[in-house]
Design a binder for this molecule. Structure first.
Ligand code: SAH
Length: 236
């Protein structure tokens, strides 16, 4: 059904996702409207489907980006200094959308998003994609968005603790280091390979929502079934 939400323009795509109730939060609608997906997806930018961006990576489908933002939304208040980590930042699209959520669409509020990817050409790509818009350049120039190259399974402790962690590739497990880097309270949205299907090409994956409460108590909840590229070792 998701493909029905595709549009001819960015505004039409987001409006169709809203009508189909794949976007339900007004702040998510505003943030996704203010980032032109064509700056991040080389082809079929306004289709509600994943698209290849090179290096075996894909920009996820818009409805998945919406769903991740909505899950993390309470932990990404605007202009409250929230810190966010985007693991497997790929094209940089979601990093930009989440920066709009925490800093406001003009990029002037307090807040910080770090995007991490293990392929240096992709962190470069994310930077150049974000530089295509004035708002993107402002977020980079004022340090509210930063892209780093590294193994996302270890997180990025230097920038933490994080109010919200988004993982954009399927993990073999819910890595303890990532939970350690969550603030109390904080939330992580992470696709995880199901134990039964581990290692097989068609193994199943589920989104897990990991919450750390104000006392530091951690709970994990399995959510919907998904299909993401795997969180792997960097290619040699
Ligand atoms: N959120 C991105 C998704 C990109 S696909 C987007 O919508 O554009 C998943 C990304 O995870 C790829 O860019 C891939 O290079 C990255 N990745 C895979 N394993 C990784 C690891 N161990 N550390 C960091 N990034 C990783």
């Amino acid at each position: 059904m998701a493909w029905r939400c595709s549009g001819r323009t960015n505004a039409e795509l987001i409006s169709n996702l809203y009508k189909a109730q794949l976007i339900t939060a007004e702040r998510v609608r505003a943030s996704m409207t203010s980032v032109d997906r064509a700056h991040y997806a080389p082809a079929a930018a306004y289709e509600d489907s994943p698209q290849p961006i090179g290096y075996s990576a894909t920009i996820s489908a818009p409805h998945m980006h919406a769903s991740a933002c909505q899950s993390l939304l309470l932990f990404m208040p605007e202009n409250k200094g929230a810190k966010v980590l985007d693991i497997g930042s790929g094209s940089g699209y979601l990093t930009h959308v989440m920066a709009n959520l925490v800093c406001g669409s003009e990029g002037k509020g307090e807040g910080k998003v770090v995007g991490i990817d293990h392929i240096p050409q992709l962190t470069e790509l994310a930077l150049s994609n974000m530089r295509k818009s004035e708002e993107g350049r402002r977020l980079l120039d004022n340090g509210r968005v930063e892209f780093v190259t590294g193994d996302g399974r270890k997180g990025y402790a230097e920038g933490g603790p994080y109010d919200a962690i988004h993982v954009g590739a399927a993990a073999a497990e819910i890595h303890d280091k990532l939970i350690d880097q969550l603030r109390a309270p904080g939330r992580m949205f992470i696709p995880v390979e199901d134990e039964d299907g581990r290692g097989s090409m068609f193994g199943s994956q589920y989104i897990w929502v990991v919450d750390k409460d104000a006392d530091g108590k951690v709970t994990r909840k399995r959510d919907m079934g998904v299909r993401y590229v795997l969180l792997t070792d960097a290619p040699k």
